[in-house]
Design a protein around this ligand. Sequence first.
Ligand code: COS
Length: 406
Amino acid sequence: MRRSIEPSEVAMDPGSGPFLLPAEYAAVRDAVRRLAEERIAPRAAEIDRTGEFPWDVHDVLARSGFHAPRIPEQYGGSGADALATAVIIEEIARVCAASSLIPAVNTLGTLPLLLAGAHELCARYLPLVAKGDAMFSYALSEPEAGSDAAAMTTRAVRDGEWWVLDGVKRWISNAGESRFYTVFAVTDPDAGTHGISAFVVEADDPGLSFGPKERKLGIRGSPTREMSFAGCRIPEWRIIGAPGDGFSLAMRTLDHTRVTIAAQAVGIAQGALDAAVGYTSRREQFGQPVAEFQGVRFTLADMAMRIEAARALTYVAAAHSERGNGDLGYFGAAAKCFASDVAMAVTTDAVQLFGGYGYTQDYPVERMMRDAKITQIYEGTNQIQRVVIGREVLRRAASGSSGPVR
Ligand code: COS
Protein backbone atom coordinates (compact mmCIF):
# COMPACT_ATOMS: atom_id res chain seq x y z
CA MET A 1 0.00 0.00 0.00
CA ARG A 2 1.19 3.48 -0.75
CA ARG A 3 2.52 5.43 2.21
CA SER A 4 1.35 9.01 2.63
CA ILE A 5 3.92 11.77 2.73
CA GLU A 6 4.13 13.67 6.01
CA PRO A 7 4.80 17.45 6.10
CA SER A 8 8.16 16.97 7.85
CA GLU A 9 9.42 14.90 4.93
CA VAL A 10 9.01 17.71 2.45
CA ALA A 11 10.91 20.26 4.55
CA MET A 12 14.08 21.46 2.89
CA ASP A 13 17.49 20.75 4.34
CA PRO A 14 18.81 24.28 4.74
CA GLY A 15 22.50 23.32 4.75
CA SER A 16 24.85 26.28 4.96
CA GLY A 17 27.19 28.42 2.91
CA PRO A 18 26.71 31.36 0.54
CA PHE A 19 23.06 31.67 -0.48
CA LEU A 20 22.10 28.82 1.83
CA LEU A 21 20.75 29.26 5.32
CA PRO A 22 23.62 29.03 7.84
CA ALA A 23 23.36 26.19 10.36
CA GLU A 24 22.46 28.40 13.33
CA TYR A 25 19.31 29.58 11.55
CA ALA A 26 18.42 26.00 10.66
CA ALA A 27 18.62 25.24 14.39
CA VAL A 28 16.23 28.12 15.10
CA ARG A 29 13.91 26.77 12.41
CA ASP A 30 13.96 23.27 13.93
CA ALA A 31 13.20 24.59 17.42
CA VAL A 32 10.30 26.78 16.27
CA ARG A 33 8.92 24.09 13.99
CA ARG A 34 8.84 21.57 16.82
CA LEU A 35 7.11 24.00 19.14
CA ALA A 36 4.69 25.13 16.43
CA GLU A 37 3.70 21.60 15.44
CA GLU A 38 3.28 20.41 19.02
CA ARG A 39 1.70 23.41 20.68
CA ILE A 40 0.22 25.73 18.05
CA ALA A 41 -0.95 23.58 15.13
CA PRO A 42 -3.50 21.69 17.27
CA ARG A 43 -5.02 25.04 18.31
CA ALA A 44 -5.09 26.75 14.90
CA ALA A 45 -8.60 25.73 13.77
CA GLU A 46 -10.12 26.62 17.13
CA ILE A 47 -8.37 30.00 17.24
CA ASP A 48 -9.84 30.71 13.81
CA ARG A 49 -13.29 29.49 14.82
CA THR A 50 -13.57 31.39 18.10
CA GLY A 51 -11.69 34.50 16.98
CA GLU A 52 -10.22 34.80 20.45
CA PHE A 53 -6.72 36.02 21.05
CA PRO A 54 -4.60 32.95 21.94
CA TRP A 55 -2.93 33.96 25.18
CA ASP A 56 -1.90 30.33 25.71
CA VAL A 57 0.08 30.48 22.45
CA HIS A 58 1.55 33.83 23.49
CA ASP A 59 2.78 32.28 26.73
CA VAL A 60 4.22 29.23 24.98
CA LEU A 61 6.10 31.49 22.57
CA ALA A 62 7.21 33.83 25.37
CA ARG A 63 8.83 30.97 27.29
CA SER A 64 11.13 30.44 24.30
CA GLY A 65 11.63 34.11 23.47
CA PHE A 66 9.82 33.68 20.14
CA HIS A 67 7.04 36.16 20.95
CA ALA A 68 9.18 39.29 20.49
CA PRO A 69 12.44 37.96 19.11
CA ARG A 70 13.93 41.20 17.84
CA ILE A 71 14.25 42.90 21.25
CA PRO A 72 17.98 43.12 22.04
CA GLU A 73 19.57 41.32 24.99
CA GLN A 74 20.33 44.74 26.48
CA TYR A 75 16.58 45.04 27.16
CA GLY A 76 16.06 41.46 28.25
CA GLY A 77 15.17 40.08 24.82
CA SER A 78 16.62 37.21 22.86
CA GLY A 79 18.33 39.59 20.40
CA ALA A 80 17.41 37.63 17.28
CA ASP A 81 18.55 39.30 14.09
CA ALA A 82 16.24 40.07 11.16
CA LEU A 83 16.81 36.72 9.47
CA ALA A 84 16.17 34.66 12.61
CA THR A 85 13.06 36.77 13.24
CA ALA A 86 11.87 36.00 9.70
CA VAL A 87 12.46 32.28 10.21
CA ILE A 88 10.54 32.34 13.51
CA ILE A 89 7.54 34.15 12.00
CA GLU A 90 7.62 31.90 8.92
CA GLU A 91 7.52 28.72 10.98
CA ILE A 92 4.69 29.90 13.21
CA ALA A 93 2.71 31.09 10.16
CA ARG A 94 3.17 27.67 8.56
CA VAL A 95 0.75 26.27 11.14
CA CYS A 96 -1.22 29.36 12.31
CA ALA A 97 -1.03 32.78 10.67
CA ALA A 98 -2.95 34.49 13.50
CA SER A 99 -0.38 33.25 16.03
CA SER A 100 2.49 34.49 13.85
CA LEU A 101 1.14 37.99 14.39
CA ILE A 102 2.29 37.79 18.00
CA PRO A 103 6.00 38.18 17.09
CA ALA A 104 5.17 40.23 13.97
CA VAL A 105 3.10 42.85 15.81
CA ASN A 106 5.49 43.02 18.77
CA THR A 107 8.27 43.69 16.27
CA LEU A 108 6.22 46.36 14.49
CA GLY A 109 5.27 48.08 17.75
CA THR A 110 8.74 48.10 19.30
CA LEU A 111 10.90 48.86 16.26
CA PRO A 112 10.22 52.63 16.39
CA LEU A 113 11.69 52.65 19.91
CA LEU A 114 14.69 50.62 18.78
CA LEU A 115 15.24 52.87 15.76
CA ALA A 116 14.75 56.26 17.42
CA GLY A 117 13.69 56.01 21.07
CA ALA A 118 15.70 57.42 23.98
CA HIS A 119 17.47 54.76 26.05
CA GLU A 120 15.24 55.56 29.05
CA LEU A 121 12.12 54.97 26.97
CA CYS A 122 13.45 51.65 25.67
CA ALA A 123 14.54 50.61 29.16
CA ARG A 124 11.10 51.34 30.56
CA TYR A 125 9.01 49.45 27.99
CA LEU A 126 11.03 46.86 26.14
CA PRO A 127 11.89 44.57 29.10
CA LEU A 128 8.16 44.20 29.87
CA VAL A 129 7.56 43.00 26.32
CA ALA A 130 10.67 40.80 26.33
CA LYS A 131 9.46 39.10 29.52
CA GLY A 132 6.07 38.41 27.97
CA ASP A 133 4.26 40.70 30.41
CA ALA A 134 3.00 43.03 27.68
CA MET A 135 2.54 43.29 23.93
CA PHE A 136 3.25 46.33 21.76
CA SER A 137 1.16 47.43 18.77
CA TYR A 138 1.57 50.08 16.07
CA ALA A 139 -1.05 52.72 15.28
CA LEU A 140 -0.52 54.58 12.01
CA SER A 141 -3.63 54.14 9.83
CA GLU A 142 -6.82 56.14 10.20
CA PRO A 143 -10.28 55.91 8.62
CA GLU A 144 -9.26 58.45 5.94
CA ALA A 145 -5.50 57.78 5.94
CA GLY A 146 -4.65 54.24 4.87
CA SER A 147 -2.28 54.10 1.88
CA ASP A 148 -1.94 57.89 2.18
CA ALA A 149 -0.47 57.70 5.67
CA ALA A 150 0.65 61.33 5.61
CA ALA A 151 -3.02 62.42 5.46
CA MET A 152 -3.51 61.49 9.12
CA THR A 153 -5.45 63.97 11.25
CA THR A 154 -4.90 62.63 14.78
CA ARG A 155 -3.40 65.57 16.67
CA ALA A 156 -0.98 65.74 19.57
CA VAL A 157 -0.86 69.16 21.20
CA ARG A 158 1.76 70.19 23.70
CA ASP A 159 0.37 71.29 27.09
CA GLY A 160 3.17 72.02 29.54
CA GLU A 161 4.74 68.69 30.42
CA TRP A 162 2.08 66.75 28.55
CA TRP A 163 0.98 65.85 25.07
CA VAL A 164 -2.77 65.72 24.51
CA LEU A 165 -3.97 63.38 21.75
CA ASP A 166 -7.25 63.60 19.85
CA GLY A 167 -8.33 61.52 16.86
CA VAL A 168 -9.03 58.01 15.64
CA LYS A 169 -6.69 55.21 14.54
CA ARG A 170 -8.09 52.26 12.60
CA TRP A 171 -6.99 48.73 11.64
CA ILE A 172 -4.79 48.34 14.69
CA SER A 173 -3.57 44.76 15.03
CA ASN A 174 -3.81 43.18 18.48
CA ALA A 175 -5.52 46.34 19.76
CA GLY A 176 -7.10 45.87 23.16
CA GLU A 177 -4.76 42.94 23.93
CA SER A 178 -1.54 44.98 23.70
CA ARG A 179 -0.64 47.08 26.70
CA PHE A 180 1.54 49.53 24.73
CA TYR A 181 1.15 51.32 21.39
CA THR A 182 3.36 53.36 19.10
CA VAL A 183 0.97 56.09 17.97
CA PHE A 184 1.68 58.60 15.20
CA ALA A 185 0.05 62.03 15.40
CA VAL A 186 0.32 65.47 13.83
CA THR A 187 2.22 67.88 16.07
CA ASP A 188 2.68 70.66 13.49
CA PRO A 189 -0.15 70.84 10.93
CA ASP A 190 1.78 73.31 8.76
CA ALA A 191 4.84 71.12 8.33
CA GLY A 192 3.41 68.27 6.20
CA THR A 193 5.21 64.99 6.69
CA HIS A 194 7.72 66.85 8.88
CA GLY A 195 4.94 67.76 11.32
CA ILE A 196 4.21 64.18 12.44
CA SER A 197 5.59 62.68 15.67
CA ALA A 198 5.51 59.28 17.35
CA PHE A 199 4.50 58.51 20.94
CA VAL A 200 4.15 55.60 23.32
CA VAL A 201 0.56 55.29 24.54
CA GLU A 202 -0.51 52.84 27.24
CA ALA A 203 -3.80 50.94 27.02
CA ASP A 204 -5.10 52.45 30.26
CA ASP A 205 -4.18 56.05 29.52
CA PRO A 206 -7.24 58.21 30.27
CA GLY A 207 -9.01 59.35 27.11
CA LEU A 208 -8.16 56.23 25.09
CA SER A 209 -10.92 53.78 24.16
CA PHE A 210 -11.13 50.81 21.82
CA GLY A 211 -13.82 50.04 19.23
CA PRO A 212 -15.36 46.61 18.67
CA LYS A 213 -13.34 43.89 16.94
CA GLU A 214 -13.54 44.00 13.15
CA ARG A 215 -15.27 40.91 11.73
CA LYS A 216 -12.61 39.67 9.36
CA LEU A 217 -12.11 37.12 6.59
CA GLY A 218 -8.96 35.70 8.15
CA ILE A 219 -6.32 36.07 10.90
CA ARG A 220 -9.32 35.91 13.17
CA GLY A 221 -7.29 35.17 16.29
CA SER A 222 -5.58 38.54 16.02
CA PRO A 223 -8.04 41.28 17.00
CA THR A 224 -8.18 44.37 14.78
CA ARG A 225 -9.81 47.36 16.46
CA GLU A 226 -10.15 51.09 16.28
CA MET A 227 -8.50 53.34 18.88
CA SER A 228 -10.18 56.62 19.80
CA PHE A 229 -8.29 59.40 21.56
CA ALA A 230 -10.37 62.06 23.30
CA GLY A 231 -8.16 64.44 25.25
CA CYS A 232 -5.78 61.56 25.92
CA ARG A 233 -3.02 63.06 28.08
CA ILE A 234 0.42 61.47 28.13
CA PRO A 235 3.70 62.68 29.68
CA GLU A 236 6.05 64.56 27.35
CA TRP A 237 8.85 61.99 27.72
CA ARG A 238 6.75 59.43 25.87
CA ILE A 239 7.69 60.96 22.51
CA ILE A 240 9.75 58.60 20.35
CA GLY A 241 12.64 60.48 18.77
CA ALA A 242 12.40 64.16 17.91
CA PRO A 243 9.17 66.06 17.20
CA GLY A 244 8.54 66.04 13.45
CA ASP A 245 10.50 62.85 12.80
CA GLY A 246 7.46 60.59 13.08
CA PHE A 247 6.60 60.09 9.42
CA SER A 248 10.05 59.05 8.34
CA LEU A 249 10.22 56.82 11.44
CA ALA A 250 6.92 55.19 10.45
CA MET A 251 8.25 54.55 6.94
CA ARG A 252 11.63 53.27 8.17
CA THR A 253 9.82 50.90 10.53
CA LEU A 254 7.66 49.56 7.70
CA ASP A 255 10.74 49.05 5.52
CA HIS A 256 11.92 46.54 8.14
CA THR A 257 8.61 44.97 9.05
CA ARG A 258 7.53 44.33 5.46
CA VAL A 259 10.18 41.61 5.63
CA THR A 260 8.31 40.00 8.53
CA ILE A 261 5.07 39.98 6.51
CA ALA A 262 6.96 38.42 3.60
CA ALA A 263 8.11 35.73 6.02
CA GLN A 264 4.56 35.24 7.25
CA ALA A 265 3.36 34.84 3.66
CA VAL A 266 6.10 32.29 2.91
CA GLY A 267 5.08 30.34 6.00
CA ILE A 268 1.39 30.31 5.09
CA ALA A 269 2.26 29.15 1.57
CA GLN A 270 4.57 26.41 2.86
CA GLY A 271 1.87 25.17 5.22
CA ALA A 272 -0.57 24.95 2.30
CA LEU A 273 1.93 23.11 0.10
CA ASP A 274 2.76 20.64 2.86
CA ALA A 275 -0.94 19.96 3.41
CA ALA A 276 -1.52 19.58 -0.35
CA VAL A 277 1.40 17.17 -0.76
CA GLY A 278 0.10 15.05 2.11
CA TYR A 279 -3.46 15.04 0.83
CA THR A 280 -2.75 14.37 -2.85
CA SER A 281 -0.42 11.52 -1.89
CA ARG A 282 -3.24 9.87 0.10
CA ARG A 283 -6.32 10.69 -1.91
CA GLU A 284 -7.01 8.00 -4.50
CA GLN A 285 -9.11 8.50 -7.62
CA PHE A 286 -9.12 6.40 -10.79
CA GLY A 287 -7.21 3.72 -8.86
CA GLN A 288 -4.18 5.75 -7.80
CA PRO A 289 -3.15 8.65 -5.55
CA VAL A 290 -4.02 11.87 -7.34
CA ALA A 291 -0.39 13.02 -6.89
CA GLU A 292 0.48 10.41 -9.53
CA PHE A 293 -1.34 12.46 -12.16
CA GLN A 294 0.96 14.80 -14.01
CA GLY A 295 -1.54 17.66 -13.86
CA VAL A 296 -1.51 17.54 -10.07
CA ARG A 297 2.27 17.19 -9.94
CA PHE A 298 2.75 20.20 -12.15
CA THR A 299 0.60 22.24 -9.77
CA LEU A 300 2.66 21.02 -6.80
CA ALA A 301 5.83 21.90 -8.73
CA ASP A 302 4.61 25.41 -9.48
CA MET A 303 3.65 25.91 -5.84
CA ALA A 304 7.07 24.72 -4.66
CA MET A 305 8.99 26.87 -7.16
CA ARG A 306 7.12 30.00 -6.21
CA ILE A 307 7.67 29.38 -2.50
CA GLU A 308 11.41 28.83 -2.97
CA ALA A 309 11.70 32.09 -4.92
CA ALA A 310 9.65 34.00 -2.33
CA ARG A 311 11.72 32.57 0.52
CA ALA A 312 15.01 33.44 -1.16
CA LEU A 313 13.89 37.04 -1.77
CA THR A 314 12.59 37.30 1.80
CA TYR A 315 15.90 36.16 3.28
CA VAL A 316 17.83 38.60 1.09
CA ALA A 317 15.48 41.36 2.29
CA ALA A 318 16.13 40.21 5.88
CA ALA A 319 19.86 40.60 5.28
CA HIS A 320 19.25 44.18 4.12
CA SER A 321 17.06 44.76 7.17
CA GLU A 322 19.87 43.57 9.42
CA ARG A 323 22.38 45.84 7.71
CA GLY A 324 19.86 48.69 7.73
CA ASN A 325 21.23 49.88 4.40
CA GLY A 326 19.68 52.07 1.71
CA ASP A 327 18.40 49.13 -0.32
CA LEU A 328 16.06 47.92 2.41
CA GLY A 329 13.03 49.93 1.26
CA TYR A 330 13.23 48.35 -2.19
CA PHE A 331 13.89 44.81 -0.98
CA GLY A 332 11.37 44.97 1.87
CA ALA A 333 8.64 46.09 -0.54
CA ALA A 334 9.65 43.55 -3.19
CA ALA A 335 9.74 40.65 -0.74
CA LYS A 336 6.42 41.57 0.88
CA CYS A 337 4.68 42.06 -2.46
CA PHE A 338 6.09 38.96 -4.14
CA ALA A 339 5.72 36.61 -1.18
CA SER A 340 2.16 37.67 -0.45
CA ASP A 341 1.13 37.24 -4.09
CA VAL A 342 2.75 33.80 -3.93
CA ALA A 343 0.88 32.96 -0.71
CA MET A 344 -2.44 33.89 -2.32
CA ALA A 345 -1.75 31.84 -5.45
CA VAL A 346 -0.36 28.84 -3.57
CA THR A 347 -3.16 28.66 -1.01
CA THR A 348 -5.76 28.97 -3.78
CA ASP A 349 -4.06 26.09 -5.62
CA ALA A 350 -4.02 24.07 -2.40
CA VAL A 351 -7.78 24.47 -1.99
CA GLN A 352 -8.20 23.35 -5.60
CA LEU A 353 -6.05 20.24 -5.07
CA PHE A 354 -8.21 19.24 -2.10
CA GLY A 355 -11.31 19.42 -4.33
CA GLY A 356 -14.57 19.72 -2.40
CA TYR A 357 -12.79 18.91 0.85
CA GLY A 358 -10.60 21.99 0.40
CA TYR A 359 -13.69 24.17 0.56
CA THR A 360 -14.64 22.86 4.00
CA GLN A 361 -13.35 23.62 7.45
CA ASP A 362 -12.41 19.96 7.89
CA TYR A 363 -9.02 20.77 6.36
CA PRO A 364 -6.72 23.73 7.03
CA VAL A 365 -6.28 25.00 3.49
CA GLU A 366 -9.43 27.14 3.35
CA ARG A 367 -8.22 28.92 6.50
CA MET A 368 -4.78 29.38 4.94
CA MET A 369 -6.36 30.86 1.82
CA ARG A 370 -8.37 33.33 3.93
CA ASP A 371 -5.31 34.17 6.02
CA ALA A 372 -3.10 34.66 2.95
CA LYS A 373 -5.33 37.44 1.62
CA ILE A 374 -4.40 39.92 4.34
CA THR A 375 -0.69 39.66 3.48
CA GLN A 376 -1.48 41.39 0.16
CA ILE A 377 -3.22 44.20 2.04
CA TYR A 378 -1.60 45.09 5.34
CA GLU A 379 1.75 46.69 6.09
CA GLY A 380 1.01 48.60 2.88
CA THR A 381 -1.12 47.24 0.03
CA ASN A 382 0.72 45.52 -2.78
CA GLN A 383 -0.17 48.49 -4.95
CA ILE A 384 1.79 50.70 -2.53
CA GLN A 385 4.69 48.22 -2.58
CA ARG A 386 4.77 48.56 -6.36
CA VAL A 387 4.78 52.36 -5.95
CA VAL A 388 7.84 52.05 -3.67
CA ILE A 389 9.59 49.57 -5.99
CA GLY A 390 8.77 51.55 -9.14
CA ARG A 391 10.05 54.79 -7.62
CA GLU A 392 13.34 53.12 -6.71
CA VAL A 393 13.76 51.54 -10.14
CA LEU A 394 13.29 54.95 -11.79
CA ARG A 395 15.47 56.74 -9.24
CA ARG A 396 18.27 54.33 -9.94
CA ALA A 397 17.86 54.74 -13.67
CA ALA A 398 17.90 58.56 -13.31
CA SER A 399 21.08 58.40 -11.25
CA GLY A 400 22.75 56.37 -13.98
CA SER A 401 23.00 53.12 -12.07
CA SER A 402 22.00 49.97 -13.86
CA GLY A 403 22.05 46.27 -13.25
CA PRO A 404 20.82 44.51 -10.15
CA VAL A 405 20.37 46.34 -6.89
CA ARG A 406 23.02 45.11 -4.43
N1 COS B 1 12.39 55.89 4.99
C1 COS B 1 12.69 57.13 5.46
N2 COS B 1 12.04 58.24 5.04
C2 COS B 1 11.08 58.08 4.12
C3 COS B 1 10.72 56.82 3.60
C4 COS B 1 11.44 55.71 4.06
N3 COS B 1 11.18 54.49 3.61
N4 COS B 1 9.72 56.97 2.72
C5 COS B 1 9.46 58.28 2.68
N5 COS B 1 10.28 58.95 3.53
C6 COS B 1 10.37 60.38 3.74
C7 COS B 1 10.74 61.04 2.43
O1 COS B 1 12.14 61.08 2.26
C8 COS B 1 10.15 62.42 2.56
O2 COS B 1 11.00 63.22 3.34
P1 COS B 1 11.52 64.66 2.76
O3 COS B 1 10.29 65.50 2.67
O4 COS B 1 12.49 65.13 3.78
O5 COS B 1 12.11 64.40 1.40
C9 COS B 1 8.90 62.17 3.40
O6 COS B 1 9.10 60.91 4.07
C10 COS B 1 7.66 62.07 2.55
O7 COS B 1 7.88 61.05 1.59
P2 COS B 1 6.96 60.86 0.33
O8 COS B 1 6.81 62.17 -0.37
O9 COS B 1 7.47 59.70 -0.43
O10 COS B 1 5.56 60.50 1.02
P3 COS B 1 4.19 60.12 0.38
O11 COS B 1 3.13 60.84 1.12
O12 COS B 1 4.25 60.24 -1.11
O13 COS B 1 4.00 58.56 0.80
C11 COS B 1 4.13 56.20 0.55
C12 COS B 1 4.81 57.56 0.38
C13 COS B 1 2.94 56.04 -0.34
C14 COS B 1 5.21 55.22 0.16
C15 COS B 1 3.72 56.02 2.04
O14 COS B 1 2.64 56.86 2.37
C16 COS B 1 3.33 54.60 2.37
O15 COS B 1 4.20 53.76 2.54
N6 COS B 1 2.02 54.35 2.51
C17 COS B 1 1.54 53.07 2.97
C18 COS B 1 1.40 53.10 4.44
C19 COS B 1 1.34 51.73 4.98
O16 COS B 1 2.15 50.88 4.67
N7 COS B 1 0.35 51.52 5.83
C20 COS B 1 0.17 50.22 6.39
C21 COS B 1 -0.42 50.37 7.71
S1 COS B 1 0.72 50.27 8.94
S2 COS B 1 0.55 48.40 9.41
